[in-house]
Design a protein around this ligand. Structure first.
Ligand code: COA
Ligand code: AMP
Length: 625
């Protein structure tokens, strides 16, 4: 572990030296003199006196360096039967033009733009156009419904919203515009304009204040990059917390560009001219970091795939994309590989001669189960590298850093802490847990560049959510342990956040929807293990006295309500009516105990329980598969 150990030690012993060195990988409008502002703990800022433009670093810089004709973006869309390639020059020109369109609509530095789009190149163009102007984008995953979208609109208060008229799922066309209209009807904030990208599969009916992408672009003049402070926000990405109110994760410009550039070379071992494919969605952090920003910052080609691992058209789709575009590095969620394995257990659709460009498969978004790890490694014949991180950090906290040193991997572990992250496993009293002992995973402050400096407009919630449990540390919300060799094992969330098919969701948000039904007195949603999706939610409701509607009917209404309000992506398919929910004497529902029983564990009955008989009654219901 020589190269890794040395680099890791340097990064913690002298972070300012370490990140000043890494900052040379980025073009600055004003070079950083100070590296880290530690004047206001627990708030830290990287490169406080520097200026840059992230879009310049992702596009213009490569064109200026003579790589204008290299391919920057490949759009591969089996759901529309199209493939389109953009060189760095073409992408820069499209981005400059759309930035001009946004400026024409009044968007300037610091203004927010909400982006609610399918996986089309224009989504990437819109994000980079915001970066070009110094505006702040907030992308909302297309699978979210009006309730989630409205919450984000009200918190980010965008000047403009950019949306596609529809998204295309294998089984149906999902019209986004009615969902956007419903969200706007619900939200208190009004944007100045909505820019709609009309797609031929379902063009949208426009309302007052709507303009089409084609119209605004036709009128627009291209604009250049606006230098911004390194500490200025590049984007806000909302993620699920334990309550129904999403958290607005803020990403700065400078730290983000430095960290992602460093990660491409040192973790992903991928550089200029290589082809990188993150099979995620631009609505998630993996999509922000590794579809859009990191590959382009590094001068790699990025693949934008509008399709699924199975069903578009079959379980060979991923390997076809690898072959067609010469993908060198693939980044996917374990659930995608599980879906492929289910349909093609022997890997008959994998022909290694045709996927020979592939060097490494990176996996993240949820725990990589050993079976999936083994299957992928055996069938593909390339290293499978688990890496653990979260929306908050923006890049991996633990991984085998392939560009530094090809460390041995161990099934079930995302390997070792990445340089810059002082990862500890602590016991409830804050002391480090010995190797082999489970505890809360925390990161000692300051976290490295790229991690959230705060929550959007809410320093207080930032401190309360992440920095209060263990002073001087950031609470990841994940539990786990180190082994004797310093490998980390991440075992799952210690809060009510769940991870469904690589999608981070809040059980609290689903409970809010269930509780809004007139027949429901009380409810609980828990995440239970699922073979394909890792976890799926299950709902339990107690009805109000006097409700006479059949239980099945109420349950069906509740399932539909969550689909309509949060989105089908919530995957809540089972809601059961029960007589009572187990609680502590202070009235807290015992969700963790319920979850344990549902997952088949022998859960001890908590000493604080109000009425053990309620839990006994519920046990067989929870155990039903
Ligand atoms: N827009 C609209 N609807 C969407 C959507 C989007 N962008 N994404 C998903 N949905 C819908 C789906 O159509 C589905 O609807 P249905 O209930 O009517 O069938 C529902 O949300 C659930 O979708 P999904 O979680 O994708 O489940 P699935 O059963 O359709 O597919 C997998 C299962 C495993 C193939 C799929 O979940 C998958 O590809 N997962 C990988 C996810 C991933 O890469 N995440 C990124 C993390 S890094
Ligand atoms: P998100 O913010 O959507 O990226 O989700 C972050 C959460 O997903 C983490 O807190 C973990 O619970 C889980 N997660 C992501 N990657 C991994 C991984 N490699 N191993 C285990 N859990 C993971």
């Amino acid at each position: 572990m020589g190269a890794y150990r040395d680099t890791y030690r340097q990064s913690l012993e002298d972070p300012e030296w370490f990140w000043r060195d890494a900052a040379s990988g980025v073009d600055w409008a004003r070079m950083p003199i100070r590296v880290l502002d530690e004047d206001r703990p627990p708030f830290y800022r990287w490169f406080p006196d520097a200026e840059l433009n992230t879009c310049h670093n992702a596009l213009d810089r490569h064109v200026d360096a003579g790589r204008g004709d290299a391919v920057a973006l490949v759009y591969d869309s089996p759901v529309t039967g199209s493939v389109r390639r953009y060189t760095f020059r073409e992408l820069r020109d499209e981005v400059a033009c759309f930035a001009g369109a946004l400026r024409g609509l009044g968007v300037g530095r610091g203004d927010r733009v909400v982006i609610y789009m399918a996986m089309v190149p224009e989504a990437v163009v819109a994000m980079l156009a915001c970066a070009r102007l110094g505006a702040v984008h907030s992308v909302v995953f297309g699978g979210f419904g009006p309730k989630e979208l409205a919450a984000r609109i009200d918190d980010a208060r965008p000047k403009v919203i950019v949306a596609t008229s529809c998204g295309i799922e294998p089984s149906r066309v999902v019209e986004y515009k009615p969902l956007l209209d419903a969200a706007l009807d619900e939200a208190a904030h009004r944007p100045d304009a909505c820019v709609i990208l009309q797609r031929e599969q379902a063009p949208a009916r426009l309302r007052d204040g709507d303009v089409t992408w084609a119209d605004v672009v036709a009128r627009a003049e291209p604009v250049g990059c606006v230098p911004v402070a390194a500490t200025d926000p590049l984007y806000i990405l909302y993620t699920s917390g334990t309550t129904g109110r999403p958290k607005g994760i803020v990403r700065d410009n400078g730290g983000h560009a430095v960290a992602l550039t460093w990660s491409m070379a040192n973790i992903f071992d991928c550089g200029s001219g290589d082809v990188f494919w993150a099979a995620s969605d631009v609505g998630w952090v993996v999509g922000h970091s590794y579809i859009v920003y990191a590959p382009l910052l590094a001068g790699s080609t990025t693949v934008l795939y509008e399709g699924k691992p199975v069903g578009t058209p079959d379980a060979g789709a991923f390997w076809r994309v690898v072959e067609d575009h010469g993908v060198n590095v693939l980044f996917a969620a374990p659930t995608a590989i599980r879906a492929i394995r289910k349909e093609d257990p022997d890997g008959a659709r994998i022909d290694r001669a045709r996927t020979k460009s592939l060097r490494t498969l990176f996996m993240a978004g949820e725990r990589l189960d050993p079976q999936t790890y083994e299957w992928a490694g055996e069938k593909l014949g390339v290293p499978v590298v688990d890496n653990w991180w979260q929306t908050e950090t923006g890049w991996p906290i633990a991984a085998s850093p392939r560009g530094l040193e090809a460390l041995a991997t161990k099934p079930g572990s995302p390997s070792v802490p990445v340089p810059g992250f002082d990862v500890r496993v602590v016991q409830p009293d804050g002391q480090d847990a010995p190797a082999g002992t489970d505890g809360s995973i925390v990161i000692r402050l300051p976290m490295p560049p790229g991690c959230l400096p705060t929550l959007w407009n809410d320093d207080e919630r930032f401190v309360a959510s992440y920095l209060s449990a263990f002073p001087g540390c950031y609470l990841t919300g994940d539990g786990g342990r180190f082994d004797e060799d310093g490998y980390l094992y991440v075992m799952g969330r210690t809060d009510d956040v769940i991870n469904v098919a690589g999608h981070r969701l809040s059980t609290g948000a689903m409970e809010e929807v269930l509780a809004g039904h007139p027949a429901v007195a009380e409810c609980a949603v828990i995440g239970v293990e699922d073979e394909l999706k890792g976890q799926v939610p299950r709902g339990f409701v107690v009805l109000k006295a006097g409700v006479t509607t059949a239980h099945d009917e109420v349950a069906a209404q509740l399932v539909q309500l969550v689909r309509d309000r949060i989105g089908a992506v919530a995957s809540l398919r089972r809601v059961q009516v029960v007589a009572a929910l187990p609680k502590t004497r202070s009235g807290k529902i015992l969700r963790r105990t319920m979850r344990g029983i549902a997952d088949g564990r022998e859960e001890p009955v908590p000493s604080t329980i109000e009425d053990p008989a309620v839990l006994d009654q519920l046990r067989p219901v929870l155990r039903e598969r």
